[in-house]
Design a protein around this ligand. Sequence first.
Ligand code: ADP
Length: 271
Amino acid sequence: MSAENKSPKETANPATDGSELIRFDGVTKRFGSNVVLDHMDFTVSSGKHVTLIGPSGSGKTTILRLLMTLLKPEEGTIKVAGDYLTHEEQNGKLVPAGEKHIREVRKKIGMVFQQFNLFPNMGVLRNITEAPVHVLGLSKDEAEERARELLEMVGLTEHIDKYPTQLSGGQQQRVAIARALAMRPQVLLLDEVTSALDPELVAGVLDVLRDIAHTTDITMLVVTHEMNFARDISDDVLMFDAGRVIESGPPEKIFSEPEHERTREFLSAVL
Ligand code: ADP
């Protein structure tokens, strides 16, 4: 479709226009005396796939949990698609965000966790339709149509009537991916999504994610120890060490010609 034929809604789609989708400004996160992030600045452009790598405890998951508002920063601001996640504007002043504001901004963000976190008392279809119906207000039919398309995308159409316990970990994780995408988020956060899986189930989940990365324009922020996967899908790789990004760049540079000694050490331990 040429640009002239696009409707204004499509041309203005913030998920695909390359503008800044995520912005951390001076974000500090502490747990007691442990300063995990120290005045961190960090941006992700829309449509990009950005992977966070680095040793355990370096603050990668904290970034994702701040975006999911599971944690709050002690200092600094976080913006998603132009809206403050941490704050809201009242009478021209920035004040800490209230629950209602947070819920609205969070609709733009989908997350898949290490431990699937499916609703155990709901079948596969309802796991996927629950939030689109109750949070977005889709009709049951619309939500089911969306869920069926996504189940086809993750290769689970024949399991639509099963319960989570009747599925393998890899299949449950693929349902969790479909469930996150059913909310049509602008950014998908993936937190070590294959770490809890038996080794033989990892490839199936990574194949689904590669497919999503290569065929959709969703922005992805990924924490992973799967370096080949990171190399395949990433536009940018950020190497974390002790709560700082010590090196960043395209995967071919970070993986083949890392500049920082810590990056070389880390990669030689995991590759
Ligand atoms: P990574 O994802 O790079 O492994 P994390 O972001 O999970 O690192 O953790 C960074 C640091 O924050 C670690 O020192 C960890 O112990 C600490 N941390 C993370 N979550 C909590 C928490 N809920 N309470 C106390 N400390 C935490």
